[in-house]
Ligand binder design. Sequence first.
Ligand code: SF4
Ligand code: SF4
Length: 181
Amino acid sequence: MIKQFFKTVFLVDLLQGMALTFRYNWTKKIITLQYPDKEKWVPYERFRGLHYQAVDEEGELKCVACELCARICPAGVITIEGYEDEKGNRRPSVYTMDLHRCAYCGLCVEACPEDAINHGAGYEFAGFKREDAVMTLDKLLKNKANEKDPEKMGTVVSARFVRDKDGIKVIEDGKKRYRWW
Ligand code: SF4
Ligand code: SF4
């Protein structure tokens, strides 16, 4: 009882807490990621980020507009219109994903027989306009695939924060790379 009284009067718990905070601040290595100004995280290969459309070795779209991805999507995210190109291949003239509704469940990726639609490494897709989250075929072709190199995935890489007419970007410069742990 008396011990508790003195602890309360002299703020012992508060001082112990502050001592712990100062000890961590000055004696332990700080591991805060300097995002977005100086560094960014490189996700693992299994990461389910922003979708992208893949192309084959000749640079041709892999998508054959079969619409399996659109049919299996539980949220009605994908809209496709197909056509037949001059070589007789079926291709999408329209392939749009409204990511406002996407749950990143990966069912579209699983269903695709051509490995055309995939989850990629993108995680910076906040925007100022509604259209920013609507992915057209052009945007899906530009989105980045996941890192495949085991030396690079899961690392922190140096980067630059850029604001220009196209919006805000955090660009990797690759000058420095390290593992967090
Ligand atoms: S990840 Fe899931 S919710 Fe998103 S488009 Fe694919 S199937 Fe639809
Ligand atoms: S992305 Fe795959 S599943 Fe979807 S339409 Fe193209 S080929 Fe078919």
